[in-house]
Ligand binder design. Structure first.
Ligand code: IPE
Ligand code: IPE
Ligand code: MG
Length: 231
């Protein structure tokens, strides 16, 4: 099986609402299909050489949506974790969360803690689920952590600051994938994506599958990463 050079792939799981609309269905129908796409991609990723998969599930800005939609998204998170944790655990997937969990509903927090605890020792794919995550919010929380311990400030540099972020211990994303055709980061992994390659596809997230992931990884292979140096 071909594997690729992207260790950390980050995906902005966008386009569920439009996917539902094209089928004349309400938005939750698209969110459910989006969960199926996530199941597929989490299964496919390790075989393609991906070691870290970060998925944007709910942003700090998504609270602006109607409460009924927010409720559905929270329920789906609980449902996904409950139904997948056994199998992911067997497959050695380690589940971690990015974002400020304190603002998440209690029922989500319980499931998040269980999933993280149960899979903490696993050595396979790291699945980082971003919920109530915003890149700016993450940076502000990291600054607060730095200020809470003046010792931190003396030796603060880029590397040390990175260890105060939610992604502490993870490499930066090599590839950020944005389905649904929008050409923006929407506040995802702002600090970490400084030199990420960005791949935008018009495919809506619920239609995203292993062959789409391969396509993105193949394009990644063609990119020349220079990090500000010259070729
Ligand atoms: C992504 O799909 C899910 C979340 C942002 C939570 P959207 O709900 O944003 O779908 P579109 O962008 O309206 O199609
Ligand atoms: C980004 O999608 C957030 C997630 C996929 C969770 P949005 O639908 O919220 O982004 P915008 O509003 O189109 O930028
Ligand atoms: Mg959207």
């Amino acid at each position: 099986m071909t594997t690729y050079g992207a260790r950390h792939v980050a995906i902005i799981m966008d386009g569920n609402g439009r996917w539902a609309a094209t089928r004349g269905q309400p938005r939750p129908y698209g969110h459910r299909a989006g969960v199926e796409a996530l199941r597929r991609i989490v299964r496919a990723a390790p075989g393609l050489g991906v070691e870290y998969l970060s998925v944007f599930a709910f942003s700090t800005e998504n609270w602006k949506r109607p409460p009924e939609e927010v409720e559905v998204l929270m329920d789906l998170l609980v449902e996904y974790l409950r139904s997948e944790v056994d199998e992911l655990d067997r497959e050695q997937v380690k589940i971690v969360f990015l974002g400020d969990a304190r603002a998440m509903p209690e029922r989500c927090r319980r499931e998040m803690e269980t999933a993280a605890r149960r899979t903490a020792q696993n050595q396979g794919l790291v699945l980082a689920i971003a919920v109530n995550y915003g890149g700016r919010d993450e940076i502000v929380r990291a600054v607060r952590r730095a200020l809470a311990n003046p010792e931190n400030l003396k030796s603060l540099d880029e590397e040390a600051f990175g260890e105060l972020l939610d992604t502490a211990g993870m490499p930066d994303p090599d590839l950020v994938i944005r389905p649904s055709g929008e050409v923006r980061l929407s506040n995802f992994l702002l600090w970490q994506s400084a030199y990420a390659e960005i791949y935008v596809t018009p495919v809506l997230w619920p239609d995203f599958d292993e062959s789409e992931l391969r396509r993105a990884l193949e394009q990644f292979e063609q990119r020349e990463r220079r990090y500000g140096g010259h070729a």
